[in-house]
Design a protein around this ligand. Structure first.
Ligand SMILES: [Zn+2]
Length: 470
């Protein structure tokens, strides 16, 4: 990992507003690029890499305005990187990265290989020259942003059926791959997003211990990471190959303020012992920010540690039911129902009989929270705001793609945010402090910070806060 000085990253969402970019089968490039850019922007900041986003809404930008924003972002530093996010068209399949004539191929190659690790076809990384003046770059966003290190990433082809499926399901994985490549390039420790299939090597780890923890073989782990030796380095990021057997997939969870082993185990419908075993914990003490592995097939043995034997409920699927609505009604989880019924998909048929695992305390059927999608929102940003995962959000709304539409109403599954079920929005006024707001709404500063992903106590006038209410 060669450390290079990177002052920051300019994140460009190609096209926008009246310019949809490539269009095919009802899909528009500008929507994918916005989603990619927003995710990239947030993730870079999470990793501590300064980032500026060129547009964070469906905005029409002239070439001049786009360039002005790009070039002002980091004062025209050659240590700044610009990533222009695009979706290709015109017949082809897979990802491409185009880099500037003024730069070396290193970052372009790293980015493409990183996207390739996510399962996308790697077409090529290359420089493209202006036909009328081959001494110049073809794309203005590269040519006119000298001296930055500017790259244009094409994640796939919108007019290719295979790529369309990948773009709708895996785009953010590809974007995460770009973030990973940039972090490695900049010498910044890469920390994967919560719930991902990555593992950062810690002191004392071996290939065997990691393979064991995730229920995969050493050979599979080496193959997934193109490792030729068994030597690991602390801080190295490993891809954890997914196993064909669903029972061994794992999720990770980052400990929040107020969590206990018991509350986390309950949330994931597993026992405290399973949680401790999966994480080699010898004590019950947790620290905020600690990352825990949630063993996947756990809910089936949940009852072993339950003193009250429970009788399963048989439920007959009605028209309009979803796994989520049923799980919610019975205060259980989609996963628990799926496991109890050996379901491999979320599809139900009317009249189907389901065994509902119950846990005894299933009588609170409280109000559900909904959220109306605003311009600039992404599944990821919404999930983050409500302290749930993108998967939970998608499951609750039966979403098969990551694309959202402004005005769309989403069900926010409760339980993710832990100790509150309903929320209200508050706009910060002059003179407000977190403490005053928390007091006014009978909640705590920590709860507000957690729900809004705040890392400081500073507020800005006009800032919108999600307030937990009871
Ligand atoms: Zn484009």
């Amino acid at each position: 990992m060669n450390e290079r000085r990177v002052t920051g990253v300019v994140v460009d969402a190609g096209h926008g507003g009246s310019d949809p970019g490539a269009v095919s089968n009802g899909l528009q490039e500008k929507d994918f690029t916005l989603q990619a850019a927003e995710y990239m922007y947030q993730r870079l900041q999470e990793l501590g890499i300064p980032a500026v986003i060129i547009r964070d809404s469906d905005e029409s930008l002239s070439r001049e305005e786009r360039l002005r924003r790009a070039n002002e972002a980091f004062g025209g530093s050659s240590n700044a990187i610009l990533i222009s996010n695009h979706i290709n068209a015109g017949g082809g399949e897979g990802a491409e990265v185009i880099y500037a004539l003024r730069n070396s191929s290193t970052l372009a190659r790293n980015i493409l290989e990183s996207i390739g690790q996510e399962g996308q076809i790697m077409r090529k990384y290359y420089q493209r020259r202006l036909p009328e003046d081959p001494s110049k770059d073809y794309y203005y966003i590269i040519r006119e942003t000298n001296p930055m290190q500017s790259l244009l990433v094409e994640y796939g082809f919108i007019d290719n059926a295979n790529d369309r499926v990948k773009l709708q399901n895996d785009l953010l994985n590809y974007v995460e791959a770009v973030v990973r490549a940039i972090a490695n390039y900049a010498g910044v420790t890469y920390v994967p997003p919560e719930g991902s299939n990555y593992y950062v090597v810690q002191k004392g780890d071996s290939l065997w211990s990691i393979a064991n923890r995730y229920g995969v073989s050493v050979a599979a782990l080496k193959a997934a990471n193109n490792l030729t030796s068994d030597v690991l380095q602390i801080g190295q990021t490993l891809i954890i190959p997914s196993t064909s057997n669903d029972n061994t997939t794992t999720t990770t969870y980052t400990v929040q303020s107020g969590d206990t082993l018991w509350s986390i185990a309950s949330r994931f419908n597993i026992s405290v012992n399973q949680l401790k075993n999966a994480n080699n914990l010898t004590s019950d003490t947790l620290s905020v920010g600690q990352r825990l592995i949630i063993p996947g097939n756990a809910s089936s043995d949940n009852n072993d540690n339950n003193n009250n034997p429970v009788t399963p409920i048989i439920y007959t699927v009605q028209s309009g039911d979803s796994l989520w609505s049923i799980a919610n009604r019975y205060n259980t989880t989609v996963d628990a129902i799926k496991q109890a019924n050996n379901l491999t998909s979320n599809l139900l048929s009317v009249g189907q009989q389901l065994t509902i695992p119950t846990s005894g305390s299933s009588d609170n059927n409280e109000s559900q929270t909904t959220y109306t999608v605003k311009s600039g929102d992404s599944l990821w940003s919404i999930a983050r705001n409500f302290n749930i995962t993108v998967d939970q959000l998608k499951a609750a709304n039966n979403l098969s793609s990551n694309l959202l539409q402004v005005g769309q109403v989403l069900i926010i599954p409760t339980g993710g945010s832990g100790d509150f079920n309903t929320t209200t929005m508050y706009t910060v006024q002059s003179g407000d402090s977190l403490w005053q707001i928390a007091n006014r709404y009978n909640t705590t500063v920590d709860a507000i910070k957690r729900l809004n992903g705040l890392t400081t106590n500073l507020l800005q006038i006009g800032q919108q806060l999600i307030i937990p209410t009871t």
